[in-house]
Structure formats: C-alpha cells, structure tokens
Design a protein. Structure first.
Length: 256
C-alpha cells in the first residue's frame, strides 16, 4: 500500500485530475481522504480563478476593432481620503495573460498579493504608466477634475499608444476612443491591472508620508478619515499633504 507521504507528494504536483486519483476515493485511510479533499479544493479554486481571468479578458476583447488592437485600462486610487495624492495608472496587457491568474480589483486582494501582482504587471505589460496628482491640484481643480486629468495624463504617458482606453467609471477626453466602464475593475482585466498599480503606488507614497509626518499614522489608514486619523487632526491640525477643500480639514484650516 502506498504511503500517505508518497500520496501527499504526488497530489502536491498534480495539476489536473488523473486516473490514479480515482483509486484514492476508496482508500479507507482518513488521512488520504483529507489529502484528496484538500487537493480538490485547491483545484476548484484554480478553475474559478482561471474562469475569472478568461471572463475579464473576454470583456476587454469586445472593445477591439481588430484582433491585434491594443486595449489600455485606467484606474485610480485615493479619491476619498482627506490627505495625500490621487494616483492613477494605465496598463496595456499582453495577449497571453496566463501569468495573471488571480488578478482582480485591488480592493479585494491582500497587500502581499497586490505587491506581487504589481511587479508581475510591470514586468509583462506591453506598457504601463503611473501619474500622481498632488493635494494642491485636487484643491485647485476639485476631486473629479483632478482625477480626470490624472487619468488622461496616465493614458498619454504610455510608451505604446493604445487603440482604445477603458477607464473605471470616468469619461475621458483623449486622442483615441475611450469608454467609461462602471465597476470596471471587477469586469476588465486591464482595468484591474491598473487598479493594482494605482493602489500599490499610492500605498508606497503614503508610507513615505508616514515617515515625514508620523503623528498622523498615514501608513495605517492611507489618509482616509478613520477615527484615529480624525483624532490626530484634532490634536495636531492639518499638515501640508492634507486636502484643504475636504471636510473636516477645511473647517480646521479656517479656525482662528
């Protein structure tokens, strides 16, 4: 009888269901059944992630006028916080996206996985760019216009010009056709990729600001209006990266 250790090793390297696994179903050992069930869960999750990848790629392909057309996705991070920049990213993915299994909206991916995906995107994308819109521009333009202009700048900064641009919930003015996709980071693979670069890029910036202004805890809340952030604002007042047109920062800035 094959040892449990040997079965575990074989299951660890099995990519698809194989005939020898059928025999394991009748194995009376509880440990073997647990190993088989564990493999099945991993396999089912992999299939689910693969289907998700194919669906997102299929969504992007429908915007191609011809098979070799390039589709860029654009997304932002940081529209809502009281402090820090808006960061936008644009990404053109290659036709072969098999390496991007698990790529999804940055908000539902753990930080370590986001950072891993960000490096992969930068290595394998046909082109990518990141634009940083500072708090001063947000206060001068308003958050909507500041985000729109940042997205447009990210698109234009791509080293390879796309044939069409898909932006998450924003109608852009660009030299090429563009589409505003509601909840695009959940539907489009290239927008999901852009959301990863925007989110990780902004998080890195907020970690740097946390060192410059340690009293606010920016590395914990990234500038959003959490209870701790509001308490720090009350105690220390706004700092240079706070958005002066956002409440309650605006009211604090007007205090005598």
């Amino acid at each position: 009888m094959e040892t449990t250790a040997s079965i575990k090793e074989k299951l660890l390297h099995a990519e698809t269901f194989e005939p020898w696994m059928e025999e394991l179903k009748s194995d009376s050992r509880k440990s073997v059944q647990q190993l088989l069930a564990s493999w099945q869960r991993r396999f089912d999750k992999k299939l689910s992630l693969l289907r998700n990848l194919e669906e997102k790629q299929g969504f992007d392909r429908q915007f191609k006028a011809q098979a070799d057309a390039l589709v860029a996705g654009i997304d932002e991070a940081g529209r809502g916080p009281l402090a820090g920049p808006v960061v936008t990213a644009a990404v053109i993915l290659p036709e072969d996206c098999s390496a991007f299994i698990g790529l999804d909206d940055s908000k539902i991916i753990a930080k370590a996985k986001r950072n891993e995906l960000a490096q992969l995107i930068k290595q394998q994308a046909i082109s990518w760019s990141v634009h940083i819109q500072p708090p001063e521009a947000i206060d001068r333009l308003n958050i909507y216009q500041a985000t729109k202009q940042s997205m447009e700048a990210a698109a234009i900064s791509l080293g390879t010009a796309p044939d069409v641009v898909l932006a998450d919930a924003m109608k852009l003015t660009l030299p090429m056709p563009s589409e505003a996709i509601i909840k695009g980071d959940a539907k489009s693979l290239c927008i999901a990729a852009a959301s990863i670069l925007a989110k990780t890029g902004r998080d890195d910036l907020m970690d740097e600001y946390a060192e410059m202004y340690p009293q606010y805890g920016f590395s914990k809340h990234a500038g959003y209006g959490t209870k701790d952030h509001l308490a720090a604002l009350e105690a220390h007042g706004p700092c240079p990266i706070h958005r002066k047109t956002f409440e309650p920062v605006k009211s604090m800035a007007q205090r005598p």
